[in-house]
Ligand binder design. Structure first.
Ligand SMILES: Cc1ncc(COP(=O)(O)O)c(C=O)c1O
Length: 433
């Protein structure tokens, strides 16, 4: 077979577009934070990870502008050899202090940090990696790269405990989990994981992309909020969410970070984080530690919005964070609803397989401190109209078995057939051909 054949025969995106339900790659032409412009129209943004709204904070903007003037646009090389800025080193020092770890290492993206670090630490002789089933793709890929044994994924901490009970000592094992699971907004039970760690002696890697800047005192993250920050051996964070930039970091004990600094290939063989991005992350880190009001508004908005969508009837899947998922079920329905939401003035993103199990599609929303009550009420109004119109699964998601297969063509046909019953709907898709 021609190695490029899968590309030549790929049809899914065309089918989804032809069915009028393609919600991906929306083009933003400007952003004020809680409101963005798409197709020349202003829409309420509930699809970002801008949890503290710092992308538009004056201090963060100024730091990025100043860094551009001082260092130019790019490092044009690896930090290892020629792209290491004083900004990177300051950022690493302040991240270490912030996380309560001895040292930190800054990467050009969070994905690179996870893949490279796990690939490296998981490749020692006889290593075993336990992974949480809801983990982010970069953790899965890092574990795959590690060439070590991967023990069946665990669904929760009890499941992990059962698997660990097969042996008394697991000093060769790394347990890898998100602090906050990115699709459902649920928190991992790190307190109990750390208790298991004391019993079995494994090492713990926490990806806190959605916990840092959200949970814990001054946004110190999920482990800090559960009182077990010291039990985490390697703490991962990204700058692409609360820290209003791009890039990522891993923090831990000094010898481990020193080892990573000289061995992780995605760090050594990739250009350093651009100056403006490093400066923006550093400024955001400082603002975040100072402005408690941001967290107060974030949590007020999160509980207001969650209660409002639950009153409409949506299932929010046990979220305890500003990520508020709306369980939908069918992929086609979730995609279609997001397209229609955009036309009605609301930007919300679909989460479909492989980000979630097959047939367990969500609409993922998240709020920021910058949203006003008017924005949130407007969003709820759109979501209530959509819930009245579309076949949203309103039962308990845990009782809905995941679909065995996910064939987008079949999903779309099913949707079109169901729409043939709604002839009066002018926005109903016309053809899947
Ligand atoms: C849980 C989690 N880990 C890692 C990443 C990767 O971070 P980055 O955007 O910095 O590459 C993301 C981003 O989507 C994430 O949600």
């Amino acid at each position: 077979m021609d190695i490029l054949e899968p590309g030549y025969s790929y049809r899914d995106s065309d089918l989804i577009k032809a069915a009028g339900m393609y919600p991906f790659f929306p083009v933003l032409s400007s952003s004020e934070g809680p409101v963005v412009t798409v197709d020349g129209r202003q829409v309420i943004m509930l699809g970002s990870n801008n949890y503290l709204g710092l992308t538009h904070h004056p201090e963060v903007l100024k730091a990025a502008h100043d860094a551009l003037d001082k260092y130019g646009t790019s490092c044009t090389g690896s930090r290892f050899l020629n792209g290491n800025l004083d900004l990177h080193e300051t950022l690493e020092r302040e991240l270490a202090e912030f996380t309560g770890k001895q040292a930190a290492l800054v990467f050009s993206s969070g994905f690179l940090a996870n893949v490279g670090t796990l690939g490296q630490v998981g490749s020692t002789e006889d290593a075993v990696i336990f992974e949480a089933s809801e983990n982010h793709a970069s953790l899965y890929d890092g574990a795959r790269m590690a060439r070590s044994r991967r023990v069946r994924l665990f669904d929760d901490v009890e499941d992990l405990g059962r698997q660990l009970a097969r042996r008394t000592s697991w000093t060769n094992a790394l347990v890898v989990t998100d602090g906050v699971f990115s699709m459902t907004g649920r928190e991992a039970d790190l307190r109990r994981m750390v208790a298991l760690k004391k019993k079995h002696g494994f090492r713990l890697y926490v990806d806190d992309a959605h916990g840092i800047g959200v949970l814990g005192p001054q946004g110190r993250g999920t482990a800090a909020s559960q009182g077990v920050a010291d039990g985490v051996d390697l703490l991962f964070g990204t700058f692409s969410k609360s820290l209003a930039s791009v890039g990522g970091f891993v923090a831990g004990e000094r010898p481990i970070i020193e080892y990573l600094r000289h061995n992780v290939r995605t760090f050594i063989f990739s250009a350093g984080l651009p100056p403006a991005s490093a400066a923006a992350a550093l400024a955001a880190l400082r603002v975040m530690q100072r402005e408690q009001g941001l967290f107060d508004r974030l949590w007020e908005n999160a509980s207001y919005f969650k209660a409002a969508v639950e009153r409409v009837g949506y299932r929010t899947m046990g979220t305890t964070t500003p990520i508020i998922p709306l369980f939908i079920g069918s992929e086609a329905v979730a995609m279609r609803m997001c397209c229609e939401a955009m036309r009605m003035g609301l930007f919300a993103t679909p989460a479909v397989y492989p980000a979630v199990p097959k047939g367990h599609a969500l609409i993922r929303t998240s709020v920021t401190p910058a949203h006003t009550r008017e924005h949130l009420d407007g969003a709820v109004d759109v979501l209530a109209k959509l819930a009245a119109k579309y076949p949203v699964y309103m039962g308990d998601p845990a009782k809905l078995p995941a679909a065995r297969e996910m064939d987008i063509e079949k999903e779309i046909r099913r949707w079109l057939e169901s729409q043939a019953l709604h002839k009066g709907d002018p926005s109903a898709p016309q053809s899947a051909a």
